[in-house]
Design a binder for this molecule. Sequence first.
Ligand SMILES: [Zn+2]
Length: 277
Amino acid sequence: MIKSGRSPEGRGVGSALVTTLPGDGPVTSTMSVPPPPPAPRGRRALLRAALGGTAALGAGLGLAPAPTNAAPAPDRPRPDRSRPATPEAALRELAHGNGRWRAEHQAHPHETATARVAAVSGQHPFALILGCIDSRVPPELIFDQGLGDLMTVRSAGEVLDEAVLGSVAYGVLELGIPLVMVLGHQSCGAVAAAVRAEESGERPPAHIDYIAQRIRPAIDHGSTGAARIDATITANVRHVRGLLAAEPDLAARVAAGRLAIVGARYELGSQRVRRVA
Ligand SMILES: [Zn+2]
């Protein structure tokens, strides 16, 4: 399902330029306002049923049983003019939220009792963050977002597999999310493990080797030591972003101006998120 080709959006993948998010600098994207997403049918309807069914997700958790007469909660996007609807607006909101986080002036949006009640009737997140599992990089915190704002998909080293890809596809194709951000971070242990595995020739234990193998194509061979790990963190973001951008369904949305797929990295020291071009 993952192809090695590039979409028009993937032209800048090879660049070493690192820019800041909008809000910290100029916005270079020129994407237009997207039309509303088409109604689901066929394969998409099946995907939505498999991934989005609130009844199925709530079953078997050992908590209080759901009322038998409860209507299924829709999770289709619905008009909400307070939410960013374009890639540019979504990037601006993320930049503003990261600014609040850095300044320790968080707004903690959409956490109130009212927001929790409103969330029952549906979700319409404005951005999807594909990030690492690292406990120091929770997207909702570092972008100061609340309930229903972000769809987050996390795997060690933000590597792709079919489950991760299906999760991203669900957010974009079924919920109409206009922005996907691949988010790496400073001092990524998964990337460091992949680099050390290649240097030593020793395979990491158990399923960690699966992660290392998927990071391996991004390993930077123009540097050594800590610099190699840091360069690989950025290269891995570009690599994953390029794989996503080459997905036909996602590339079609990018070409239509309805989606942006961007790379970024979070610096633990400064708490700043920077675009990776
Ligand atoms: Zn990590």
